[in-house]
Write a protein that binds this ligand. Structure first.
Ligand code: C2O
Ligand code: CU
Length: 548
């Protein structure tokens, strides 16, 4: 397996979009940032030099980092920030992933400008489980905020979490495209030849938006998601949540010179659609055939669902199955030893006599500790977290899902983690409670693992009936699993990765106000089943007591 070295220099630079200029932190001067390319099984060392003016961490989203939580990145979960003027080398260990994942900042809202794709080719000497594509293209779906985002977030928290923080445009590879003001000159063009099959690697890096995406007159064949292969799904549009990735084959078999590729936000919150200032415009790029074409203006994909088309989002999600082939087998846990029922809610929090908007899992809003959970756990330092993440029985779902249940609009605050033994088979059922009828689908992302999504349904989970419909044969294997706004999902994983792993909603607005917990997987009995020791150069948490 190969070893690669990268240097990431973080620095403020000026960027202009929508006729307005702002300074933002980027990696190596580029936005989106550099692509990392590896083969399955490789290891990458990324030396991150912070030349900006605030602390930052980087996360390798979808890379399981076996036994190596020290390089996972989420701030105050596995490390403290890399301070301006200092650096930290991440050791990124690729094990079973194949396809596309990505990297991004995991502190404040810096990931809006600090992100890039990670391409993982099959291990040396092996091939794709589909015909070798003629070429490939990275398509990063993101969003653009005219304001300084980290300032805007402070305002959000000061205002009690109620300001909307909507982007001013959505983007494809950093550009809003033809349909936004002042953007036509810089629209991204994807140049293709006629009669080929390309692999499109799509990443949704947007802060808060699930997105629909389509290409005019071209079918999409999805062959992978979240760094794992799936049985091909042929579709005319996709729905992709923040954090998710999809590998898509596109055959260039059309007769005109240009076609729009377009992304628009998908909101399951009709209130948000009508009351917030979300850009109703569509981000576009142009699929452009090389050769002698009369360039008519590109056609727009008519298959792109409407913004609030909840069923278009839900029915899309239900199509995914793992490839489950001989070369890419599944390992779906069948003997569950730890079962968790977890509600996802948006709530209010009474804090210092002010009401704050909060988010919760099992009615607990997460509060970050002042040193990382990982450090406190590893060094056995008490006082920074508790191990009483609440267990609720499924009967509780009914109660919490009742939007009139007054108590549930106010949640507890705490730093409550869940501890599981090494190699336990874990099932988690997530129930969306939609307390204010103004919630959203929640893309729940687990660090350190992928999970099998064995069940997905509408309404309240029924523990007697719903498990009968589980797919235990070829469920999709993902790092980000979306809980439908008015429904539930059941996920399973084997706890074979010792470490401290963040579990959170990848809608940044929800994560910022506490929609997360931490799952600690204990060591097994041997060195090979135990967490690595920390590198000697972890960023300090500012207290001399705990500096390395
Ligand atoms: Cu994409 Cu916690 O990360
Ligand atoms: Cu959420």
């Amino acid at each position: 397996a190969g070893v690669h070295h990268y240097d990431f220099v973080l620095k403020e630079e000026n960027f202009t979009r929508l006729c307005s200029t702002k300074s933002m932190l980027v990696v190596n001067g580029s936005f989106p940032g550099p692509t990392i390319r590896v083969h399955r099984g490789d290891t990458v060392y990324v030396n991150v030099h912070n030349h900006g003016n605030y602390g930052v961490t980087i996360h390798w989203h979808g890379v399981k980092q076996p036994r190596n939580p020290w390089s996972d990145g989420p701030v105050y979960i596995t490390q403290c920030p890399i301070q301006p003027g200092s650096n930290f080398t991440y050791e990124v260990i690729f094990s079973e992933e194949e396809g596309t994942v990505w990297w991004h900042a995991h502190s404040n809202w810096t990931r809006n400008s600090v992100h890039g794709a990670i391409v993982i080719y099959p291990a040396q000497g092996t091939t794709f489980p589909y015909l070798q594509p003629d070429g490939e293209e990275i398509t990063i779906l993101g969003d653009w905020f005219k304001s300084d985002l980290n300032l805007a977030v402070e305002e959000l928290l000061d205002s009690g979490g109620n300001s909307a923080l909507d982007p001013d445009a959505f983007t494809i590879n950093g550009q809003p495209g033809d349909l936004f003001i002042c953007s036509k000159e810089t629209t991204h063009h994807w140049l293709v030849d006629y009669g080929k099959t390309y692999l499109l690697r799509v990443v949704n890096v947007a802060m808060n938006a699930l997105l629909f995406f389509a290409i005019a007159e071209h079918n999409l064949t999805i062959v992978g998601t979240d760094g794992a292969y799936i049985k091909p799904v042929v579709t005319s549009y996709i729905m992709i949540g923040p954090g998710q990735t999809m590998d898509i084959l596109v055959t260039t078999n059309q007769s005109l010179g240009q076609y729009y590729m377009a992304a628009r936000y998908f909101t399951s919150d009709t209130l948000e659609y009508s009351s917030h200032n979300y850009p109703k415009g569509n981000a576009t790029a142009i699929l452009q055939y090389r050769g002698n074409y009369t360039l008519t203006s590109p056609s727009f994909p008519t298959t792109l669902p409407f913004y609030t088309d909840y069923n278009a989002g839900l029915s899309f999600m239900k199509q995914f199955r793992s490839l489950a082939s001989q070369d890419h087998p599944v390992d779906v846990p069948q003997n569950i030893s730890t079962r968790m029922f977890v509600t996802t809610s948006m709530n209010e929090n009474v804090y210092n006599l002010h009401k704050y908007l909060a988010a919760s899992l099992n009615n607990v809003t997460w509060i970050d500790p002042t040193i990382s959970v990982l450090e406190a756990y590893y060094r056995n330092i008490s006082g920074f977290y508790t191990t009483d993440f609440p267990d609720v029985p499924p009967e509780f779902f009914d109660f919490l899902a009742d939007s009139l249940g007054l108590d549930v609009t106010q949640c507890l605050r705490g730093t409550k983690v869940k501890i599981v033994d090494y190699n336990e088979e874990v099932e988690i059922v997530f129930q969306s409670t939609n307390v204010f009828n103004s919630s959203q689908n929640h893309p729940m992302h687990l660090h350190g693992y992928s999970v099998y999504v064995v069940g997905l349904g509408e309404g309240i989970f029924n523990p007697d009936e719903d498990p009968k419909g589980y797919n235990l044969v070829d469920p999709p294997y993902v790092n980000t699993a979306t809980v439908p706004k008015t429904g539930w999902i059941a996920v399973r994983f084997r706890a074979n990765n010792p470490g401290v792993w963040l579990f959170h909603c990848h809608i940044e607005r929800h994560y910022t106000v506490g929609m997360n917990t931490v799952i600690i997987t204990k060591n097994g009995g041997t060195p090979e089943t135990s967490m690595q020791d920390p590198p000697p150069y972890m960023p300090s948490c500012g207290s001399s007591l705990f500096s390395y």
